[in-house]
Write a protein that binds this ligand. Structure first.
Ligand code: IFM
Length: 448
């Protein structure tokens, strides 16, 4: 790839959009799909906003052809989607549901016919409930079950899909799902969260092996949710210390072991849990180099020694723009993050696997959705990526989150991240202005 100059991105840069299975597919009881922890969690009163569930979501299971056509209209070269584990292995392991695999088969063929490269995420949080009933991610046997999923998927799709993301955002899965109880399965035990994180990393290591064994020329890596951490008050030593602690929690927990440094010494103290048993060979398996590091970036963290302040997502600039989730908008922090990754970890390649924003007020008026704030968000962050590339960050691609408005987990449907608007009453789709903007950038391969 050539260097990015004058607003241009390197030749061959990948432009795409991302989604995940539970957030868009719906059809939760069709064609032999088993129950996932998100079905159980979202149907438990009080767990999601308005009790919303992914039962129907964007009905992508039936409308995937239309959705691929939209991606084609936007001239996107890649689509990152995740495989629903309980669709493929309804009991979590053992019996393969061929009808579930057939869906991904059809989707891949549709994408290839449209000239769009499929990027398959093997795990984005919809663990089969059957496995949760046996202990879930805090149990080591879930790693073995996951390799069965990876076997089934790569054997079916590996003749056409070369690019794989093993596990998406293990921090969110482990910390919110098992530590804070805010995501499925809703457990609250930091020792479980640490074990879940360790097993997700082992699952990643095992998946790399299986993908490489089954898919000639495969490329595979993990995606992490990452956020630079800054002191809220740069003159206050205690805030610097808080930022260091948050860096361990949000970033180093997963980055350090993936890049061969083992877990940060103070991880257990900072999370308040007890480290799981780490067996001989675990850390070497986790540190086996991926072909790229997937970076999911949305917002930075400003840390305060006062936890109550930190919890309110503070920012030193009281006027900073915030998204509908109250996340401060700060594109420059993405450039900082990419520079830091290069300095401290030097992955061979980086993929911006998710970036985007939820804003209120998207309305379809005369067939158009004007969403200037999302467009500005994307433009600012693409500029930040461009700046990082210009100083040597090996970013090979950018996936906007998300292809469609969708089920934003515990937040339900109210927080819209899509570059395509979804009317949940009619399932009508309307490309937003931000989608048209992304299409222009993807077509010209340069900042608009
Ligand atoms: O919607 C999620 C996605 O599933 C994982 N990354 C963050 C997104 C926005 O919260």
């Amino acid at each position: 790839m050539s260097e990015a100059t004058d607003g241009a991105f390197p030749d061959g840069f990948t432009w795409g959009v991302a989604t995940s299975s539970y957030q868009i597919e719906g059809a939760v009881r069709e064609d032999g799909r088993g129950e996932s922890i998100w079905d159980r969690f979202s149907h438990t009163p009080g767990r999601t906003v308005n009790g919303e569930t992914g039962d129907i979501a964007c009905d992508h299971y039936h409308r995937y052809r239309d959705d691929v056509a939209l991606m084609r209209e936007l001239n996107l070269g890649a689509y990152r989607f995740s495989v629903s584990w309980p669709r493929v292995l309804p009991d979590g392991r053992g019996r393969v549901n061929e009808a579930g695999l057939d869906f991904y088969d059809r989707l891949v063929d549709e994408l290839l016919a449209a000239g769009i490269k499929p990027w398959v995420t093997l795990y984005c949080w919809d663990l089969p409930q059957a496995l949760e009933d046996q202990g879930g991610w805090p149990g080591r046997s879930t790693v073995d079950a996951f390799t069965e999923l990876v076997e089934a998927v790569t054997r079916r799709l590996g003749d056409r899909v070369r690019d794989y993301i093993t596990v998406n955002e293990p921090f969110i899965m482990a910390y919110l799902g098992y530590g804070l109880g805010l995501h499925a399965p809703g457990r609250r035990d930091m020792t479980d969260a640490l074990a879940a994180g360790h097993h997700a990393l082992l699952a990643h290591g095992r998946a790399l092996e299986v993908v490489r064994a089954n898919v000639p020329g495969a490329r595979a890596g993990i995606t992490l949710s990452l956020a630079p951490t800054y002191p809220l008050d740069a003159d206050r030593e205690a805030d610097h210390e808080a930022a260091r602690r948050d860096d361990v929690l949000f970033n180093r927990w997963f980055l350090d072991p993936l890049f061969g440094r083992g877990y940060p010494d103070d991880l257990a103290r900072i999370t308040g849990g007890t480290m799981p048993q780490i067996r001989d060979g675990d850390l070497a398996l986790i540190a086996a180099p991926g072909d790229f590091l997937g970076v999911n970036y949305y917002t930075p963290t400003y840390s305060s020694a006062d936890p109550a302040i930190s919890d309110s997502l503070p920012h030193p600039d009281p006027g900073v723009e915030r998204t509908a989730l109250n996340w401060p908008v700060e594109p420059g922090a993405l450039t900082d993050l990419l520079a830091r990754i290069q300095r401290d970890y030097a992955p061979r390649s980086i993929l911006i696997a998710e970036n985007g924003a939820a804003f209120d007020g998207d309305r379809v008026i005369d067939g158009r959705v004007a969403d200037p704030r999302r467009t500005a968000y994307l433009a600012g962050h693409l500029r930040a990526v461009h700046d990082a590339i210009a100083v040597g960050s090996p970013v090979e691609g950018y996936f906007a989150w998300s292809a469609l408005d969708n089920f934003e987990w515990a937040e339900g449907y109210g927080k819209r991240f899509g570059i395509v608007h979804v009317d949940y009453e009619t399932q009508g789709r309307t490309i937003k202005d931000s989608g048209r903007y992304l299409a222009r950038v993807a077509t010209s391969n340069r900042l608009d």
